[in-house]
Design a protein around this ligand. Structure first.
Ligand code: FMN
Length: 301
């Protein structure tokens, strides 16, 4: 049976990878065989190191969690020098994640990552606050999405995956802006802006007030976003939102995603991605489907 998929020239042995910021190789390598994964996505890096948002930074909600980690990281140069070399021990495509607080910063981070060996592609996290325009996420606006994508693409020799924000009125318009800016692949989508309140203290639960909702609660909404984009665009899509089971992953693939990312649920069960990979194989086998690419986009309307 063939479970491999190709995304912008990168061959993945299966379509399952982690979502950025929810999985570190150092923590997980004792629980799972990393080389079983289709790819590994690193946590987002910015130009300079960042402390992230004030605590508390994560709160559980019904069927999910709201987080406001705030791109805590040690900066792009540190990523190349310290984080990347141990990641390259594994024979699995490695996707680096680029973040920034200005359009220019995205280009600068890309230039630094270009020096790193063994990176297969960049995923661009456009859900960061634009510090030159009032702190709303770049990914909320077509123009900013275009400019950030272009800044990365112009500096990159590697495929560029743009990870869209779901906090938009019309995802198709934003997807088109990313493609106009040079995106080779889209990841759909990041977390949903959300709020949790503590009725005893009368204050927001999170130190940052607002955070991003992830987990099974968001899966049907992100599934709809993938569907909307796939209806009008041919570009490879990686789905990210609420995957907890192989059925969730298969729903995304059926709607037309070429690969999927598992995020929050890695915290519940560290080997959940292996379960999902094995269960997908078993499902395809039972259905007599010899190639996963026949299943992708097979939704009948
Ligand atoms: C604790 C936490 C940290 C995250 N950090 C990042 C990050 O650094 N960069 C990024 O692009 N997305 C980040 N995300 C978003 C996830 O990659 C993913 O897109 C989102 O959580 C939806 O998938 P899920 O419902 O499977 O978690 C983070 C999510 C969580 C829960």
């Amino acid at each position: 049976m063939n479970t491999s998929v190709e995304i912008s020239g990168i061959r993945l042995k299966n379509p399952v990878m982690n979502a950025s910021g929810t999985f570190s190789l150092a923590d997980y390598e004792e629980y799972i065989d990393i080389e079983r994964l289709g790819a590994v996505v690193a946590k987002s890096v910015t130009l300079n190191s960042r402390q992230g948002n004030p605590p508390p930074r994560i709160v559980e909600t019904a069927c999910g969690a709201i987080n406001s980690v705030g791109i805590q990281n040690d900066g792009a140069e540190n990523f190349i020098a310290e984080k990347l070399p141990p990641m390259r021990r594994f024979k699995v495509p490695l996707i680096a994640s680029i973040a920034g607080l200005t359009v220019e910063e995205y280009g600068l981070v890309t230039r630094i990552l270009e020096k790193g060996e063994g990176i297969s592609a960049y995923e661009v996290n456009i859900s960061c606050p634009n510090m030159e325009a009032g702190g709303k996420a770049f990914g909320m606006f077509e123009e900013d999405t275009y400019r950030v994508t272009r800044a990365v693409k112009d500096a990159s020799t590697r495929p560029v995956i743009v990870k869209l924000s779901p906090n938009v009125t019309d995802i198709v318009k934003i997807a088109k802006a990313a493609v106009d800016g040079g995106a080779d692949v889209l990841t759909i989508a990041n977390t949903y802006l959300a709020l949790a309140v503590d009725i005893d203290t009368g204050r927001p639960v999170l130190g940052n007030v607002l955070g991003g909702l992830s987990g099974p609660a968001i899966k049907p909404i992100t599934l709809r976003l993938v569907y909307e984009v796939r209806q009008v665009m041919d570009i490879p899509i990686i789905a990210s939102g609420g995957i907890a089971t192989y059925q969730d992953a298969l729903e995304y693939l059926m709607v037309g995603a070429n690969a999927v990312q598992v995020g929050l649920m890695n915290f519940n069960k560290p080997d959940i991605m292996i379960d999902i990979i094995e269960d997908i194989e078993e499902f395809l086998d039972k259905k007599g489907i010899g190639d996963i690419n026949e299943f992708i986009g097979s939704l009948k309307i």
